[in-house]
Design a protein around this ligand. Structure first.
Ligand code: AMP
Ligand code: GLY
Length: 420
């Protein structure tokens, strides 16, 4: 059995690590991967090969998969989905767990996602879409603040402004519609919602929806949820502030109807459908959908998963019934990022050997030069602690963080605060 994982970050490290532990004993290829993923061999015995093909080189990836008789491909990054890698692979007769670009619009186009939710009565914030600054400004004057402004397209997590004042909202509108900061496009203006957020990852194939345990991300850069939005600074699972009944409700009334709606619209979804949800006073509502494994949620959800992920994905692709099992323990992970992230930051920070600590480390942005592991991105390492309680998992994680720390790296000290 040969598995190809596409991507290069901590999420793909976790996917490859988990898939490598399968009873099917797969040989793992990661394109392009990162050098930290070689750790998987020492941990699982699986052979791991890094393939020097960019995640956006869709045809080259397809040719590699054909020539090397890859049995199953799993895709991490949204950019590869937008290139329609799923259709290119399936057309070549290759098995791939990823949505088509048409289905992935649930992530890549806020307007598509919002219109779908409106049409199929899936609970989400009220909204309007605008292309023209003057019209958007008039709507802002009617609605007032707080209000949420979202660029309608992929903006690397930077396209959302939760504006607490009309001035802040107006600046965001000018930025996106007059100065075209992310390119010429539309904005979605949304009702401001309140409540704890959680991420519900589901494995989907058509109408089949298999929920995993929920996790909670920490999007802001600094302690106390201060500072700029990032790709995510830490995560944990389970999330005790969200009652199980609300999760079940969200599966039945959000995730399943969304999968069904995509089928009805002629773009059936296959892959990971990620619900970014908020538990409001009126129940769970959708903040956003993603069409892929969340990062860093995946790096705690997969350690908590007891079942064989490789087998689960194969079963979902065959529409067989899947009942995932999870470990009892809690898992909590902390990102070590290069100082300056999410703004400009330095690279080539020397890193301690992640194999030298008892905690599981997933490498987010690393490379190797002359046998020395170096940072190679904004988010560098993800250290996962575990314990019988979240508190213990947090202590365990921060012991690992202390061992991997460096003066040029920073991390949040309060990952898990909503639970502890
Ligand atoms: P998104 O990229 O859509 O997930 O938005 C990024 C973050 O902005 C979310 O994780 C929320 O914390 C916040 N946010 C987005 N939409 C809303 C909303 N309608 N009301 C309140 N906060 C929101
Ligand atoms: N952690 C949020 C995301 O993957 O988009």
């Amino acid at each position: 059995m040969k598995v190809l994982v596409i991507g290069r970050g901590g999420r793909e490290h976790a996917i490859a690590w988990k898939m490598a532990q399968s009873a099917l004993k797969p040989e793992i290829f990661v394109a392009p991967g990162n050098v930290g993923m070689r750790l998987i061999t020492g941990q699982t015995g699986a052979q791991v090969t890094l393939v020097n093909i960019d995640e956006n080189a869709t045809e080259a990836l397809r040719d590699f998969a054909i020539e090397n008789h890859i049995d199953l491909t799993v895709v991490g990054p949204e950019a590869a989905l937008a290139n329609d890698i799923a259709t290119v692979f399936r057309t070549a007769g290759l098995r791939i767990f990823a949505p088509t670009a048409a289905a992935a619009r649930i992530e890549s186009s806020k307007e598509f996602a919002k219109d779908l939710m409106r049409k199929y009565h899936i609970p989400t914030a009220a909204y309007r879409t605008f292309e023209d600054y003057e019209a958007a400004k008039q709507y802002l004057d009617e609605q007032g603040a707080p209000i949420v402004i979202k660029y309608d397209g992929l903006a690397a997590g930077k396209g959302v402004v939760v504006a607490m004042s009309t001035e802040e909202a107006d600046n965001a509108l000018k930025d996106m519609l007059l100065d075209n900061r992310f390119g010429k496009g539309k904005v979605v203006m949304e009702e401001f919602l309140q409540g704890p957020e959680f991420s519900l990852l589901t494995l989907v194939n058509g109408e089949q929806v298999v929920p995993l345990v929920i996790a909670q991300d920490h999007k802001r850069a600094y302690d106390g949820d201060k500072g700029p939005n990032t790709g995510g600074m830490g995560a944990y699972a389970p999330v005790p502030v969200i009652p199980q009944a609300q999760i079940d409700w969200a599966v039945e009334h959000i995730m399943k109807p969304t999968a069904k709606a995509l089928m009805t619209e002629g773009c059936p979804f296959c892959g990971v459908l990620y619900g970014g949800l908020m538990l409001t006073k009126e129940g769970p509502k959708v903040i956003e959908f993603n069409a892929r494994f969340g990062d860093p949620e995946t790096e705690v959800v997969l350690p908590k998963l007891k079942s064989d992920l490789t087998q689960m994905i194969l079963d979902v692709l065959d529409n067989k019934e899947v009942k995932p099992e999870f470990h009892e323990e809690a898992f909590l992970g902390v990102v070590l990022a290069a100082k300056g992230y999410p703004g400009s930051y330095s690279k080539n920070i020397p890193l301690n050997n992640p194999a030298g600590i008892p905690q599981q480390v997933f490498c987010m942005g690393v490379k190797e030069e002359n046998g020395q592991l170096l940072s190679n991105g904004g988010r560098v390492l993800f250290v996962v602690g575990k314990g019988t309680t979240l508190k213990e998992a947090q202590q365990d994680a921060y012991q690992g963080v202390a061992r991997m720390a460096h003066p040029d790296l920073f991390f949040r000290n309060d990952i898990g605060w909503q639970a502890l």
